[in-house]
Design a protein around this ligand. Structure first.
Ligand SMILES: [Zn+2]
Ligand SMILES: [Zn+2]
Length: 270
């Protein structure tokens, strides 16, 4: 990491990012939470009988969903941290902004209410959750897949709550026990993500997959593929172009050749 100097990081302005949380987005989040609640409740009721017939499939689905949600949390978090700009229409304000704001002001998440904390994650689950209500559950394999989807949705829903707890100075006692047991995201584990070069430990449900994914350089390989095919610099909007290039050189699978004139820092953002 010797090529990367954290002082090069030029995050966006926290207040400007916080103002991006509009009434329209809040209404959208409320609708997502309501639809999520309907999808989970109806599916849980449909599953009572097949779950009693195949309890071990339900237990396996519970565990598989727990692990899968951690992967989804890492993948979506990596996408939102690494690509695109908060200035993009719809996606920029609704999906990217909360991740970028969180990098500038880690503690803001503690003050987010239930809707702001959970709206986005419910929204990600709603299309699949509603579609699953129309799938018959008689076949044990189909039942397992639908139960896995249901548990994945429930753990995805829990993810931002677990993330919020990881930033609290004094979480409730029972939460601290879950963190110590590493059944939810532990604070010290998550702090690695908030430490320069800000390019690792994206999984925020439990964080179980962070080490395995880092060991196989999962996100670095994806970044290498995207950059070599499109030329887009990972993290440029979040860290500023100069720091993003430095991080890219420090962590990339293969250093990407950047023309000399692009290495000059652009005008600093406010
Ligand atoms: Zn992040
Ligand atoms: Zn965080």
């Amino acid at each position: 990491m010797e090529q990367f100097d954290p002082r090069q990081v030029k995050h966006r302005d926290a207040q400007e990012l916080a103002q991006g949380y509009s009434k329209g987005i809040r209404r959208f989040e409320i609708a997502c939470i309501a639809l999520f609640a309907v999808a989970v409740t109806v599916q849980a009721i449909r599953m009572v009988r097949p779950a009693m017939e195949n309890p071990w499939l339900m237990v396996a689905a519970f565990a598989a969903g727990y692990l899968f949600a951690d992967f989804v949390s890492g993948f979506v978090h990596w996408l939102a941290d690494t690509w695109g700009s908060v200035d993009m229409p719809i996606i920029g304000k609704a999906l990217l902004r909360p991740f970028r704001e969180h990098h500038v002001d880690q503690k803001a998440i503690i003050h987010h209410d239930f809707i702001e904390t959970n709206g986005n994650n419910c929204g990600i689950c709603v299309p699949a959750g509603l579609a699953a209500l129309f799938v018959p559950l008689e076949d044990p394999l189909v039942f397992f897949l639908m139960a896995w989807l249901l548990w994945s949705m429930i753990w995805v829903m829990g993810t931002n709550q677990f993330h919020k707890w990881a930033h609290m100075d004094r979480p409730p006692g029972w939460v601290a026990v879950l963190q110590k047991l590493h059944l939810v995201l532990p604070p010290e584990h998550h702090q690695i993500h908030h430490t320069p070069p800000y390019a690792t430990h994206y999984c925020i449900t439990t964080g179980w997959l962070n080490r395995p994914l880092a060991a196989i350089r999962f996100f670095r390989v994806l970044e290498w593929i995207v950059t070599t095919t499109t030329g887009v610099i990972p993290r440029a909007d979040d860290l500023g172009v100069r720091a993003a290039l430095a991080v890219q050189e420090a962590v990339a699978v293969k250093p990407v050749a950047v023309p000399a004139d692009e290495r000059k820092a652009p005008a600093p953002r406010p």
